[in-house]
Design a protein around this ligand. Structure first.
Ligand code: GLU
Length: 490
């Protein structure tokens, strides 16, 4: 019988979700969807001291934003609820006791002070760190003596002292650890909370997890988990440890690589389509070439066989390029709709809200080609919304022109545009091209001057379309303002 695929994303809410976390979530989600299995979200909130306010919401929001729906977990519940480990403390206690009874675990009464001294001594002697097993073989008398002292014990696992623990990792192949390198790790802390090792093994078993796909940093925990499975007599799931993600300089990905939390990528205006595509390629590939791949294709093709063993490199430039591609592939309506909240939030306060949807809809086709992120739309289109432009007046004097020529160009443009009824791109072109000739200017010179006058920028979307969208009144006002500014310059 083939076991149904049940995978889980098991974040600890000790910080905001970063690229690594969400890549792990995505690989689990893709695995579940590819094999028509279940994707489970479990919140591993057992480290009370490191809990970060808002982290759970940010995690769930990131999953929703990227379209990773979960079949069981927070908000949706499920057969194996609760999916918050902090609500399962009784289960872990009972499981820890089970191991005590069968002598696979023991109470340890060592005070934190004693453990610190032990650690310091180990460092001094250059010995490997780890618990020295003082409480492992206490006699019943010693134990009852300890119990009378006012110490809440922890529960430690009785790690076998010799032999080896190995397993076959679905990505890395055979992995073997000497048990002598593992210490008697804690299962249950004195505050009654389980450690990650105990909670993770117990829940993966109770929640019938078939495959554990997680970051490489957990590989060293895998032998401990295997030993726990053995001690409990549980069938272990299959393990797959995903390759690390490094920055372009091959150092572990961190803030200075721009490795901000996923929420920040959203705020910067990266599209979810981009992020899914980009994250999927951090350690997985379809072939040696394909860079652009849709969610459907990912689901159809995802497999662990094509997850690499070597570290993935996070390339910010590639992400920007990819986002530009996805932005350009959106329909104009879709692009405008997605850009609207960014404009609403980012445009200066003087711009009247709510923004006119129709007007935004006219501007967006002019911007779409150039925006690499949705946040860039604000800067690229600001001149469409604000009243007074702020620019260096010398920019009004195009190359090969002097102030007089620019003033004349502005005055003539004003006069001919003023007479026009129609103000669409085509009519504007029909007026302005001949005007350049009339003024003895190259079209580039006249258009350059006008571009600065009406947009305040030297690089902007196509001039006539821009002017048409800005409208006659605004354009004339701006050309007049440009004239006045330049005249004053003296
Ligand atoms: N809670 C761990 C984490 O935050 C989960 C590790 C695992 O998937 O076993 O990464």
């Amino acid at each position: 019988m083939v076991t149904p695929v049940r995978v889980r994303f098991a974040p600890s809410p000790t910080g905001f979700p970063h690229v690594g976390n969400i890549r792990t979530a995505l690989f689990n989600w893709l695995y579940a969807r590819h094999y028509k299995g279940k994707f489970i979200v479990r919140i591993e909130d057992t480290d009370v001291t490191r809990k970060v306010e808002g982290a759970i919401e940010a995690l769930l929001d990131s999953l929703k934003w990227l379209g990773m729906d979960w079949d069981e977990g927070p908000e949706v519940g499920g057969k194996y609820a609760p999916y918050f480990q902090s609500q399962r403390l009784d289960i872990y206690r009972e499981m820890a006791e089970r191991l005590i009874v069968q002598e696979s675990a023991y109470y340890c009464y060592c005070s934190s002070q004693r453990l610190e001294e032990m650690r310091a001594e180990q460092i001094k002697r250059k010995q490997p760190p780890g618990y020295d097993r003082r409480c492992r073989d206490l006699t019943p008398e010693e134990r009852s003596a300890k119990e009378k002292e006012d110490i809440t014990p922890v529960v430690r696992f009785k790690t076998p002292l010799s032999s080896q623990t190995g397993f076959r990792d679905l990505i890395r192949g055979e992995v073997v650890f000497d048990n002598s390198t593992l210490d008697d790790f804690v299962l249950l802390k004195s505050d009654g909370y389980p450690t990650y090792h105990l909670a993770s093994v117990v829940d993966d078993h109770l929640m019938a997890i078939s495959h554990v796909l997680r970051a490489e940093e957990w590989l060293s925990s895998a032998p401990r988990h295997r030993l726990l499975y053995q001690a409990f007599g549980f069938e272990p799931p299959q393990f797959a440890h995903l390759p690390m993600i490094l920055g372009a300089d091959r150092a572990k990905l961190s803030k200075r690589h721009g490795a901000v939390s996923i929420t920040e990528y959203k705020e910067l205006g990266y599209l979810p389509e981009t992020m899914v595509n980009f994250l999927a390629l951090l350690g997985w590939s379809l072939d040696d070439r394909t860079e652009l791949i849709s969610r459907q294709e990912l689901v159809a093709n995802f497999s662990l066989e094509r997850v690499s063993q070597t570290a993935a490199i996070f390339n910010q430039e590639k992400l920007n390029w990819m986002n530009g591609v996805y932005i350009r592939s959106l329909s104009v309506e879709d692009f405008a709709e997605r850009a609207l909240p960014f404009l609403d939030k980012g445009l200066p306060a003087e711009v009247r809200r709510p923004l006119a949807k129709k007007y935004v809809g006219e501007i967006m086709p002019l911007i779409q080609e150039r925006a690499k992120t949705l946040a860039e739309v604000i800067g690229l289109s600001q001149f469409f919304f604000i009243e007074d432009l702020d620019y260096d007046t010398s920019l009004l004097i195009s190359k090969g022109m002097d102030r007089e020529a620019a003033l004349k160009a502005l005055a003539k443009s004003l006069a001919s545009l003023n007479k026009r009824e129609a103000f669409d791109a085509e009519s504007l072109e029909g007026v302005l091209r001949p005007l350049a000739a009339e003024l003895g200017l190259k079209t580039g010179q006249l258009f350059g001057t006008l571009r600065v006058a009406v947009t305040g920028e030297t690089a902007a979307p196509p001039l006539f379309q821009t002017m048409a969208v800005l409208g006659k009144e605004r354009c004339l006002k701006r050309i007049e303002a440009a004239q006045n500014k330049l005249a004053k310059r003296g």
